[in-house]
Design a protein around this ligand. Structure first.
Ligand SMILES: Cc1cc2nc3c(=O)[nH]c(=O)nc-3n(C[C@H](O)[C@H](O)[C@H](O)COP(=O)(O)OP(=O)(O)OC[C@H]3O[C@@H](n4cnc5c(N)ncnc54)[C@H](O)[C@@H]3O)c2cc1C
Length: 317
Protein backbone atom coordinates (compact mmCIF):
# COMPACT_ATOMS: atom_id res chain seq x y z
CA UNK A 1 0.00 0.00 0.00
CA UNK A 2 2.70 2.49 1.10
CA UNK A 3 4.82 1.23 -1.79
CA UNK A 4 2.05 2.01 -4.31
CA UNK A 5 1.51 5.48 -2.80
CA UNK A 6 5.23 6.30 -2.95
CA UNK A 7 5.53 5.04 -6.51
CA UNK A 8 2.51 7.20 -7.42
CA UNK A 9 4.12 10.22 -5.74
CA UNK A 10 7.33 9.61 -7.70
CA UNK A 11 5.41 11.07 -10.65
CA UNK A 12 3.64 13.93 -8.79
CA UNK A 13 5.04 17.38 -9.65
CA UNK A 14 3.76 19.08 -6.44
CA UNK A 15 5.34 16.44 -4.22
CA UNK A 16 8.52 16.72 -6.26
CA UNK A 17 8.71 20.47 -5.58
CA UNK A 18 8.16 19.89 -1.84
CA UNK A 19 10.68 17.08 -1.44
CA UNK A 20 13.37 18.61 -3.65
CA UNK A 21 12.98 22.05 -2.08
CA UNK A 22 13.38 20.79 1.47
CA UNK A 23 17.08 21.12 2.41
CA UNK A 24 17.11 18.25 4.93
CA UNK A 25 15.89 15.70 2.37
CA UNK A 26 19.25 16.08 0.73
CA UNK A 27 21.02 14.52 3.68
CA UNK A 28 19.10 11.31 3.04
CA UNK A 29 19.49 11.55 -0.70
CA UNK A 30 23.27 11.57 -0.26
CA UNK A 31 23.08 7.96 0.83
CA UNK A 32 21.69 6.88 -2.54
CA UNK A 33 23.03 9.51 -4.97
CA UNK A 34 26.71 10.28 -5.61
CA UNK A 35 26.27 14.06 -5.91
CA UNK A 36 25.37 16.40 -8.72
CA UNK A 37 28.50 16.68 -10.87
CA UNK A 38 30.77 14.27 -12.76
CA UNK A 39 33.47 15.21 -10.25
CA UNK A 40 31.25 14.20 -7.28
CA UNK A 41 30.43 10.94 -9.01
CA UNK A 42 34.03 10.05 -9.86
CA UNK A 43 35.05 10.66 -6.23
CA UNK A 44 32.50 8.04 -5.12
CA UNK A 45 33.50 5.64 -7.91
CA UNK A 46 37.21 5.85 -7.03
CA UNK A 47 36.37 4.81 -3.46
CA UNK A 48 34.34 1.84 -4.71
CA UNK A 49 37.17 0.70 -6.99
CA UNK A 50 39.56 0.94 -4.05
CA UNK A 51 37.28 -1.57 -2.24
CA UNK A 52 37.60 -4.04 -5.11
CA UNK A 53 34.13 -3.21 -6.48
CA UNK A 54 33.13 -2.22 -10.02
CA UNK A 55 30.55 0.43 -10.98
CA UNK A 56 27.89 1.32 -13.49
CA UNK A 57 27.09 5.04 -13.59
CA UNK A 58 23.65 6.51 -14.24
CA UNK A 59 23.24 10.21 -15.05
CA UNK A 60 19.86 10.80 -13.42
CA UNK A 61 16.95 12.09 -15.45
CA UNK A 62 13.86 10.50 -16.95
CA UNK A 63 11.71 13.55 -17.58
CA UNK A 64 13.28 14.58 -20.87
CA UNK A 65 10.71 16.61 -22.79
CA UNK A 66 12.86 18.47 -25.32
CA UNK A 67 15.49 17.49 -27.86
CA UNK A 68 17.88 19.92 -26.18
CA UNK A 69 17.50 18.08 -22.87
CA UNK A 70 18.12 14.72 -24.57
CA UNK A 71 21.26 16.15 -26.22
CA UNK A 72 22.46 17.46 -22.86
CA UNK A 73 22.09 14.00 -21.29
CA UNK A 74 23.96 12.43 -24.23
CA UNK A 75 26.76 15.03 -24.00
CA UNK A 76 27.10 14.38 -20.27
CA UNK A 77 27.54 10.63 -20.88
CA UNK A 78 30.14 11.36 -23.59
CA UNK A 79 32.07 13.63 -21.21
CA UNK A 80 31.80 11.04 -18.44
CA UNK A 81 33.04 8.18 -20.65
CA UNK A 82 35.98 10.28 -21.85
CA UNK A 83 36.87 10.97 -18.20
CA UNK A 84 36.67 7.25 -17.37
CA UNK A 85 39.06 6.49 -20.23
CA UNK A 86 41.42 9.32 -19.31
CA UNK A 87 41.56 8.16 -15.69
CA UNK A 88 42.10 4.49 -16.61
CA UNK A 89 38.85 3.32 -15.01
CA UNK A 90 36.97 2.11 -18.09
CA UNK A 91 37.87 -1.55 -17.55
CA UNK A 92 35.89 -1.57 -14.27
CA UNK A 93 33.30 1.15 -14.78
CA UNK A 94 30.50 1.17 -17.35
CA UNK A 95 27.38 3.33 -17.75
CA UNK A 96 23.64 2.70 -17.43
CA UNK A 97 21.28 4.74 -19.61
CA UNK A 98 17.52 5.29 -19.62
CA UNK A 99 15.87 5.70 -23.02
CA UNK A 100 13.39 8.20 -21.51
CA UNK A 101 16.34 10.43 -20.57
CA UNK A 102 17.59 10.16 -24.17
CA UNK A 103 14.28 11.35 -25.61
CA UNK A 104 12.08 8.25 -26.07
CA UNK A 105 9.00 10.04 -24.71
CA UNK A 106 9.11 12.76 -27.39
CA UNK A 107 7.34 12.44 -30.74
CA UNK A 108 9.25 9.78 -32.75
CA UNK A 109 11.25 9.55 -29.57
CA UNK A 110 12.56 6.00 -29.92
CA UNK A 111 14.49 6.97 -33.05
CA UNK A 112 15.96 9.96 -31.24
CA UNK A 113 16.79 7.83 -28.18
CA UNK A 114 18.38 5.18 -30.41
CA UNK A 115 20.54 7.80 -32.15
CA UNK A 116 21.64 9.16 -28.78
CA UNK A 117 22.27 5.65 -27.43
CA UNK A 118 24.46 4.97 -30.48
CA UNK A 119 26.55 8.06 -29.72
CA UNK A 120 27.00 6.83 -26.14
CA UNK A 121 27.83 3.26 -27.26
CA UNK A 122 30.39 4.51 -29.81
CA UNK A 123 32.09 6.56 -27.10
CA UNK A 124 31.92 3.63 -24.66
CA UNK A 125 33.53 1.30 -27.21
CA UNK A 126 36.32 3.80 -27.81
CA UNK A 127 36.78 4.16 -24.05
CA UNK A 128 36.91 0.37 -23.60
CA UNK A 129 33.74 -0.13 -21.62
CA UNK A 130 30.09 -1.16 -21.98
CA UNK A 131 26.56 0.22 -21.69
CA UNK A 132 23.45 -1.21 -19.99
CA UNK A 133 20.02 0.07 -21.04
CA UNK A 134 17.87 0.30 -17.90
CA UNK A 135 14.31 -1.00 -18.06
CA UNK A 136 11.49 1.39 -17.18
CA UNK A 137 7.78 0.60 -16.74
CA UNK A 138 5.96 -2.08 -18.74
CA UNK A 139 4.71 0.37 -21.38
CA UNK A 140 8.28 0.62 -22.64
CA UNK A 141 9.43 -3.02 -22.36
CA UNK A 142 8.99 -4.04 -26.01
CA UNK A 143 10.43 -0.82 -27.43
CA UNK A 144 13.39 -0.96 -25.04
CA UNK A 145 14.22 -4.58 -25.91
CA UNK A 146 13.87 -3.72 -29.60
CA UNK A 147 16.29 -0.81 -29.16
CA UNK A 148 18.85 -3.02 -27.39
CA UNK A 149 18.55 -5.62 -30.16
CA UNK A 150 19.27 -2.91 -32.74
CA UNK A 151 22.21 -1.57 -30.73
CA UNK A 152 23.64 -5.08 -30.48
CA UNK A 153 24.15 -5.35 -34.23
CA UNK A 154 27.01 -2.87 -33.82
CA UNK A 155 27.70 -3.22 -30.08
CA UNK A 156 27.15 -6.88 -29.11
CA UNK A 157 28.09 -6.08 -25.51
CA UNK A 158 25.09 -3.73 -24.99
CA UNK A 159 23.06 -5.08 -22.05
CA UNK A 160 19.31 -5.13 -21.51
CA UNK A 161 17.42 -5.41 -18.22
CA UNK A 162 14.59 -7.84 -17.43
CA UNK A 163 12.23 -7.50 -14.45
CA UNK A 164 11.20 -10.65 -12.57
CA UNK A 165 7.91 -9.08 -11.50
CA UNK A 166 6.54 -9.26 -15.07
CA UNK A 167 4.82 -12.50 -16.11
CA UNK A 168 6.57 -12.36 -19.49
CA UNK A 169 10.10 -12.36 -18.09
CA UNK A 170 10.88 -16.08 -17.94
CA UNK A 171 10.12 -16.25 -21.68
CA UNK A 172 12.24 -13.12 -22.27
CA UNK A 173 15.09 -14.71 -20.28
CA UNK A 174 15.01 -17.81 -22.46
CA UNK A 175 15.34 -15.53 -25.50
CA UNK A 176 18.25 -13.61 -23.98
CA UNK A 177 20.40 -16.45 -22.67
CA UNK A 178 22.40 -16.94 -25.87
CA UNK A 179 26.18 -16.77 -26.22
CA UNK A 180 27.72 -13.54 -25.01
CA UNK A 181 24.45 -11.77 -24.20
CA UNK A 182 24.71 -9.46 -21.20
CA UNK A 183 21.41 -9.36 -19.31
CA UNK A 184 20.69 -7.69 -15.99
CA UNK A 185 17.96 -9.42 -13.99
CA UNK A 186 16.21 -7.29 -11.34
CA UNK A 187 12.87 -7.61 -9.53
CA UNK A 188 11.40 -4.41 -11.02
CA UNK A 189 10.97 -1.01 -9.42
CA UNK A 190 7.71 0.21 -10.97
CA UNK A 191 4.05 -0.14 -9.93
CA UNK A 192 2.67 -2.54 -12.54
CA UNK A 193 -0.94 -3.74 -13.10
CA UNK A 194 -1.97 -7.14 -11.71
CA UNK A 195 -2.90 -8.35 -15.23
CA UNK A 196 0.74 -8.43 -16.29
CA UNK A 197 2.79 -8.59 -13.11
CA UNK A 198 3.27 -10.52 -9.90
CA UNK A 199 2.43 -8.31 -6.93
CA UNK A 200 3.45 -10.36 -3.89
CA UNK A 201 7.07 -10.59 -2.76
CA UNK A 202 6.91 -14.39 -2.66
CA UNK A 203 5.70 -14.64 -6.28
CA UNK A 204 8.28 -12.12 -7.50
CA UNK A 205 11.04 -13.96 -5.62
CA UNK A 206 9.94 -17.30 -7.07
CA UNK A 207 10.06 -15.87 -10.57
CA UNK A 208 13.43 -14.22 -9.92
CA UNK A 209 14.91 -17.60 -8.97
CA UNK A 210 13.36 -19.28 -11.99
CA UNK A 211 14.68 -16.57 -14.34
CA UNK A 212 18.12 -16.62 -12.68
CA UNK A 213 18.36 -20.37 -13.29
CA UNK A 214 17.41 -19.94 -16.97
CA UNK A 215 20.09 -17.28 -17.43
CA UNK A 216 22.76 -19.26 -15.56
CA UNK A 217 22.03 -22.39 -17.58
CA UNK A 218 22.38 -20.39 -20.81
CA UNK A 219 25.56 -19.16 -22.48
CA UNK A 220 25.23 -15.45 -21.78
CA UNK A 221 26.69 -13.22 -19.10
CA UNK A 222 23.96 -12.64 -16.51
CA UNK A 223 24.12 -9.61 -14.23
CA UNK A 224 22.12 -10.29 -11.05
CA UNK A 225 20.87 -7.01 -9.60
CA UNK A 226 19.46 -7.62 -6.14
CA UNK A 227 20.16 -6.97 -2.46
CA UNK A 228 18.16 -10.00 -1.43
CA UNK A 229 20.36 -12.62 0.26
CA UNK A 230 17.97 -15.42 -0.73
CA UNK A 231 18.30 -14.48 -4.42
CA UNK A 232 22.08 -14.17 -4.17
CA UNK A 233 22.35 -17.55 -2.45
CA UNK A 234 20.20 -19.09 -5.18
CA UNK A 235 22.51 -17.68 -7.85
CA UNK A 236 25.61 -18.91 -6.02
CA UNK A 237 24.25 -22.41 -5.49
CA UNK A 238 23.01 -22.88 -9.09
CA UNK A 239 26.33 -21.56 -10.40
CA UNK A 240 28.18 -24.03 -8.16
CA UNK A 241 25.97 -26.92 -9.19
CA UNK A 242 26.50 -26.35 -12.91
CA UNK A 243 30.17 -25.36 -12.58
CA UNK A 244 29.74 -21.80 -13.77
CA UNK A 245 32.75 -19.71 -12.81
CA UNK A 246 32.34 -16.62 -10.63
CA UNK A 247 33.88 -14.54 -13.40
CA UNK A 248 31.10 -15.51 -15.85
CA UNK A 249 28.39 -13.51 -14.07
CA UNK A 250 28.07 -10.38 -11.92
CA UNK A 251 26.27 -9.46 -8.73
CA UNK A 252 25.00 -5.88 -8.75
CA UNK A 253 23.64 -3.60 -6.03
CA UNK A 254 22.68 0.05 -5.67
CA UNK A 255 24.89 2.69 -4.08
CA UNK A 256 24.10 3.06 -0.37
CA UNK A 257 22.31 -0.26 0.03
CA UNK A 258 24.03 -3.17 1.83
CA UNK A 259 27.49 -1.67 1.27
CA UNK A 260 29.16 -4.09 3.68
CA UNK A 261 27.60 -7.03 1.89
CA UNK A 262 28.91 -5.65 -1.41
CA UNK A 263 32.46 -5.72 -0.01
CA UNK A 264 31.97 -9.14 1.60
CA UNK A 265 30.85 -10.70 -1.70
CA UNK A 266 33.76 -9.07 -3.55
CA UNK A 267 36.04 -10.52 -0.88
CA UNK A 268 34.68 -13.99 -1.72
CA UNK A 269 35.87 -13.50 -5.29
CA UNK A 270 32.59 -12.35 -6.88
CA UNK A 271 32.44 -9.62 -9.47
CA UNK A 272 30.30 -7.03 -7.69
CA UNK A 273 29.15 -3.93 -9.53
CA UNK A 274 27.58 -0.95 -7.77
CA UNK A 275 25.00 1.20 -9.57
CA UNK A 276 26.04 4.81 -8.98
CA UNK A 277 23.51 7.51 -9.87
CA UNK A 278 24.46 11.19 -9.98
CA UNK A 279 22.92 14.45 -11.16
CA UNK A 280 20.39 17.00 -10.02
CA UNK A 281 17.30 15.12 -11.21
CA UNK A 282 17.24 12.61 -8.35
CA UNK A 283 13.59 12.86 -7.23
CA UNK A 284 11.97 9.87 -9.04
CA UNK A 285 14.98 7.61 -8.38
CA UNK A 286 14.93 8.56 -4.69
CA UNK A 287 11.18 7.93 -4.33
CA UNK A 288 11.59 4.43 -5.84
CA UNK A 289 14.27 3.66 -3.22
CA UNK A 290 11.87 4.80 -0.48
CA UNK A 291 9.13 2.62 -1.94
CA UNK A 292 11.37 -0.45 -1.83
CA UNK A 293 11.79 -0.26 1.92
CA UNK A 294 9.31 1.38 4.31
CA UNK A 295 12.11 1.74 6.89
CA UNK A 296 13.68 4.31 4.56
CA UNK A 297 10.56 6.48 4.95
CA UNK A 298 10.97 6.43 8.75
CA UNK A 299 14.62 7.32 8.27
CA UNK A 300 13.52 10.27 6.12
CA UNK A 301 10.81 11.41 8.53
CA UNK A 302 13.27 11.30 11.45
CA UNK A 303 15.76 13.40 9.50
CA UNK A 304 13.05 15.89 8.55
CA UNK A 305 12.28 16.36 12.26
CA UNK A 306 15.93 16.94 13.18
CA UNK A 307 17.59 20.33 13.01
CA UNK A 308 20.33 20.77 10.40
CA UNK A 309 23.79 19.91 11.76
CA UNK A 310 26.63 22.44 11.61
CA UNK A 311 28.47 20.11 9.24
CA UNK A 312 28.35 21.55 5.70
CA UNK A 313 26.66 19.41 3.08
CA UNK A 314 29.11 17.60 0.79
CA UNK A 315 29.68 19.38 -2.49
CA UNK A 316 26.90 18.97 -4.98
CA UNK A 317 24.05 19.10 -2.52
C1 LIG B 1 22.20 -2.64 -10.03
C2 LIG B 1 20.72 -2.48 -10.07
C3 LIG B 1 20.12 -2.06 -11.23
C4 LIG B 1 18.72 -1.95 -11.30
N1 LIG B 1 18.14 -1.59 -12.49
C5 LIG B 1 16.79 -1.58 -12.57
C6 LIG B 1 16.14 -1.33 -13.82
O1 LIG B 1 16.77 -1.12 -14.86
N2 LIG B 1 14.78 -1.34 -13.82
C7 LIG B 1 14.04 -1.59 -12.69
O2 LIG B 1 12.80 -1.62 -12.76
N3 LIG B 1 14.64 -1.80 -11.50
C8 LIG B 1 15.98 -1.79 -11.41
N4 LIG B 1 16.57 -2.03 -10.20
C9 LIG B 1 15.76 -2.04 -8.96
C10 LIG B 1 15.19 -3.40 -8.69
O3 LIG B 1 14.21 -3.74 -9.64
C11 LIG B 1 14.52 -3.45 -7.27
O4 LIG B 1 13.53 -2.49 -7.19
C12 LIG B 1 15.50 -3.22 -6.14
O5 LIG B 1 16.75 -3.78 -6.40
C13 LIG B 1 14.96 -3.86 -4.83
O6 LIG B 1 14.79 -5.24 -5.00
P1 LIG B 1 15.74 -6.35 -4.33
O7 LIG B 1 16.07 -7.34 -5.37
O8 LIG B 1 16.89 -5.72 -3.68
O9 LIG B 1 14.80 -7.11 -3.31
P2 LIG B 1 13.83 -6.64 -2.15
O10 LIG B 1 13.01 -7.84 -1.82
O11 LIG B 1 13.14 -5.37 -2.51
O12 LIG B 1 14.83 -6.32 -0.97
C14 LIG B 1 15.64 -7.31 -0.35
C15 LIG B 1 16.42 -6.65 0.77
O13 LIG B 1 17.33 -5.70 0.24
C16 LIG B 1 17.39 -4.53 1.05
N5 LIG B 1 16.86 -3.38 0.27
C17 LIG B 1 16.23 -3.43 -0.92
N6 LIG B 1 15.91 -2.19 -1.36
C18 LIG B 1 16.34 -1.35 -0.40
C19 LIG B 1 16.32 0.06 -0.27
N7 LIG B 1 15.79 0.85 -1.22
N8 LIG B 1 16.87 0.61 0.83
C20 LIG B 1 17.43 -0.16 1.79
N9 LIG B 1 17.48 -1.51 1.73
C21 LIG B 1 16.95 -2.10 0.64
C22 LIG B 1 16.57 -4.82 2.25
O14 LIG B 1 17.40 -5.41 3.23
C23 LIG B 1 15.56 -5.83 1.74
O15 LIG B 1 15.04 -6.64 2.76
C24 LIG B 1 17.94 -2.21 -10.14
C25 LIG B 1 18.56 -2.65 -8.98
C26 LIG B 1 19.91 -2.81 -8.92
C27 LIG B 1 20.53 -3.33 -7.67
Amino acid sequence: MLKTVLLGLSRAPLMKRMVVGFPLTRRIVQRFVAGESIEDCLRVVRALLASNLMATIDFLGEDTVTVTQADRVTDTYVELLNRLAAEGMADRVEVSIKLSALGSLLKDGYELALDNARVICTTAERAGTTVTVDMEDHTSTDATLRTVRTLRTDYPWAAAVLQAMLFRTSTDCAGHAGAGQRIRLCKGAYAEPAEIAHRSKSAIDRNYKRCATILLEGDGRPLFATHDSAMIEHVRSVANRIDRSQSSYELQMLLGIRSEEQRRLAGLGHQVRVYVPFGTDWYAYFMRRLAERPANVLFLLRALRERPTKKPAPSGF
